[in-house]
Design a protein. Structure first.
Length: 326
C-alpha cells in the first residue's frame, strides 16, 4: 500500500465484501451476454466512436458576450499601510477579486457548491466543495442523451404511407406552425356569445353550404408515427433466458468468493461483519475494548488487517482454482 494513499483506496477488498450479494446469482431477463464476446477486429472499430450530447453552460458565446458587455464587480477593497523600523510609509490599496462580470459569477474563496465523493464503504455521498478564488460559479458540464445518426427520409415517407393505407386516409402532409401576424382582439365570454348570435341572425341558412373533407392524418409532425405511440415497437424486458456462459461464470465467481471468505481467520471475519454495521472507525475500536482517540486508531488498524487477510484469502482461492484447472 502506498504511504500517502487514502484509506478508501487501501480497503478495496472490504468494498467487495460490503457490495457482495448474499444470495445466488439471479437469472437475467435478457438473452444478451453480460460478458463481451471480444470478437471485434481492432482495425474495423478503430475509427468508430459513440457520440453523446454534451451540455456545457454557460457557453463560450455567453461568456464572451458578458465579458464584452457586462460590468465587472469586485469584492470589498482594503487599504494597507507598510511599516519599516516602526515608521509608517506609503499606503497602497488592495483590490478584491472579481466576483461578477455581467451575469457570470465568480468565487472569492468563501463560496461552496454541491459535489459528490465516495465514502470508506464505497457509497456515494454529497458534500459542500469549497470553490477556489476566481472559479466560475454555477457552471454545468454533463453528458446528455446519445446522438443518433441522420434519419433516412425515405423511411419516413414509407412509414407515413403505411399509416395512410391502413387508416384509409389521404396522404399526410407536414404543415409547419405559423405565427398570427394580425391584430388580436380580446373578447369576453359574453361578447363572444353576442357576436355568434348576431352572425346566426344575419345568416341565410338556406344558402349555407357544407363541405365534407376526406379523412386525414395529423399534420403537426413530419413523421406521422410520432402521433401513434401505441403502434410503435419498443424494447421489452422479457427477452428470454440468460445465456449458459453467464450462468456458469457467475456460479464460479460465487463459489470462489465463498471459498475465500471461509478461509479467513475468525477474528478478521468478525471485523468485516462489524464494519458493515458500524458507522465509524470509533465504533469498531470500541467493540474491541478500546476507548477515546485510541478506539479510532485501533479501528483503522483492525480494518486494514482484515482487508489484507481477505485479499490473501482471495488470492489463495484463485491459485487453487487455477491449479485444479491446469
Amino acid at each position: 500500500m502506498a504511504r500517502h494513499s487514502s484509506l478508501a483506496e487501501q480497503l478495496e477488498a472490504i468494498r467487495a465484501f460490503v457490495q457482495q450479494p448474499d444470495h445466488a446469482p439471479e437469472p437475467l431477463q435478457s438473452n444478451w451476454a453480460t460478458v463481451a464476446a471480444n470478437d471485434n477486429d481492432p482495425e474495423e472499430v478503430a475509427d468508430l466512436k459513440h457520440d453523446r450530447k454534451r451540455l456545457v453552460t454557460p457557453s463560450v458565446a455567453e461568456i464572451m458576450r458578458n465579458v464584452k458587455e457586462g460590468e465587472a464587480v469586485r469584492s470589498e477593497t482594503t487599504t494597507e499601510m507598510t511599516t519599516y523600523n516602526g515608521v509608517e510609509h506609503k499606503t497602497h490599496t488592495v483590490r478584491g477579486p472579481i466576483t461578477r462580470i455581467g451575469r457570470l459569477r465568480f468565487s472569492d474563496g468563501a463560496q461552496t457548491e454541491r459535489a459528490f465523493r465516495y465514502t470508506i464503504d464505497g457509497k456515494l455521498e454529497e458534500y459542500a466543495a469549497r470553490m477556489p478564488a476566481g472559479a466560475m460559479l454555477g457552471c454545468r458540464d454533463k453528458v446528455d442523451v446519445a446522438l443518433g445518426g441522420d434519419e433516412n427520409p425515405q423511411e419516413v415517407v414509407d412509414s407515413n404511407e403505411y399509416f395512410s393505407e391502413m387508416l384509409n386516409t389521404k396522404k399526410p402532409r407536414y404543415v409547419s406552425g405559423r405565427r398570427h401576424k394580425g391584430e388580436r382582439v380580446n373578447l369576453t365570454h359574453e361578447e363572444a356569445k353576442a357576436e355568434l348570435a348576431a352572425a346566426y341572425a344575419g345568416a341565410d341558412m338556406s344558402k349555407v353550404t357544407f363541405t365534407r373533407y376526406p379523412d386525414g392524418l395529423p399534420c403537426g409532425s413530419a413523421k406521422v408515427a410520432d402521433s401513434f405511440l401505441g403502434m410503435q415497437k419498443t424494447t421489452s424486458a422479457g427477452g428470454g433466458s440468460v445465456m449458459w456462459q453467464d450462468i456458469v461464470s457467475q456460479r464460479e465467481e460465487r463459489k470462489e468468493w465463498l471459498d475465500a471468505v471461509s478461509g479467513m481467520a475468525d477474528k478478521h471475519f468478525d471485523i468485516l461483519t462489524l464494519a458493515t454495521k458500524s458507522s465509524s472507525l470509533k465504533q469498531i475500536g470500541m467493540a474491541r475494548g478500546f476507548k477515546g482517540q485510541y478506539a479510532i486508531e485501533a479501528g483503522k488498524r483492525l480494518l486494514v488487517a482484515a482487508n489484507d487477510n481477505l485479499e490473501n484469502a482471495l488470492e489463495m482461492a484463485r491459485s487453487a482454482k487455477n491449479s485444479v484447472a491446469t
